[in-house]
Design a binder for this molecule. Structure first.
Ligand code: ADP
Ligand code: MG
Length: 254
């Protein structure tokens, strides 16, 4: 067993909506450089946990550390700047902007041109050029470069998922969280998405993803965490999880 080296450590994170406890995670670690799957029945709290950890929702209690830094209270943009980004279960590509515009919006924030005035303009221009170049490389990698001037709304469901991944990579994240990256994707694109996910790990990033298809999960995950009613009920290697009666009851039986 490799020595644990968690990039993300979650302690006592809780979130309720009215009387419903959506997330109640005592302890969770994601090991650096792995593909970790977060699985569990609908309503288990997977998306809510993603929202909490990435600054899109507020915890009622608990704390979490990313790469040794406590992230509580930071909004989504600041979390992303620290190197942890996520995609959404329902894609958030801005349909009335072009593919390239979507990419540039995800770029690291430009230093205030107005504040610093003409003096800073050359710096700002150089940064914009670098962002554009980075966007083009990523669009090429995800086979979307030919579509860069088309509206994001004209893309297929699968292409939007690819755009979301490409967009997430604009900030050079060390960890990427994917919420149901295969949902609603044409089967022809699933294999390609899987290869992209594996490539993220192979280039040194950490991946945490939510997925329902057991073949997909078993095929690419290094580690599986099972959530049910907001709690982690089991975790382990794919072969252990497949045989775990609690998992079969809570998840496969659901
Ligand atoms: P999953 O992603 O595992 O399917 P969710 O995190 O979306 O589950 O939801 C967990 C529970 O929290 C569900 O019962 C859901 O209805 C509830 N929930 C999620 N977001 C909200 C919200 N904004 N307001 C009220 N209830 C919510
Ligand atoms: Mg969800």
């Amino acid at each position: 067993v490799a020595k644990p080296d968690p990039i993300l450590v979650v302690d006592g994170v809780r979130r309720s909506f009215g009387g419903l406890t959506a997330v109640d995670v005592d302890h969770l670690e994601v090991q650096r450089g792995t593909i970790t799957a977060l699985i569990g029945p609908n309503g288990a709290g997977k998306s809510t946990l993603f929202n909490l950890l990435t600054g899109f929702d507020r915890v009622d209690a608990g704390e979490w550390h990313f790469d040794g830094t406590r992230l509580n209270g930071l909004g989504g943009h600041r979390v992303a700047r620290r190197g942890m980004v996520r995609t959404f279960q329902l894609t958030k590509a801005l349909t009335r902007l072009t593919v390239m515009e979507n990419m540039l919006l995800a770029a690291p924030r430009q230093t205030g041109e107005r504040m610093l005035g003409a003096f800073a303009r050359p710096v700002w221009r150089a940064q914009e050029a670098a962002n554009r170049e980075r966007a083009e490389h990523l669009l090429e990698r995800f086979k979307l470069l030919a579509k860069k001037d088309e509206m994001a709304g004209s893309l297929s469901g699968g292409q939007r998922k690819l755009l979301e991944m490409a967009r997430a990579l604009m900030v050079e994240p060390s960890m990427i969280m994917l919420d149901e990256p295969m949902a609603g994707v044409n089967p022809a694109l699933v294999q390609s998405l899987l290869e992209h996910i594996t490539a993220l790990r192979d280039e040194g990033r950490t991946v945490l993803f939510v997925e329902h298809d057991m073949d997909v999960i078993m095929g690419i995950s290094d580690w599986i965490v099972v959530l049910a009613e907001g709690k982690v009920i089991a975790e382990g290697r794919p072969s252990d999880i497949r045989a775990d009666q609690r998992v079969i009851d809570a998840y496969l039986g659901a």
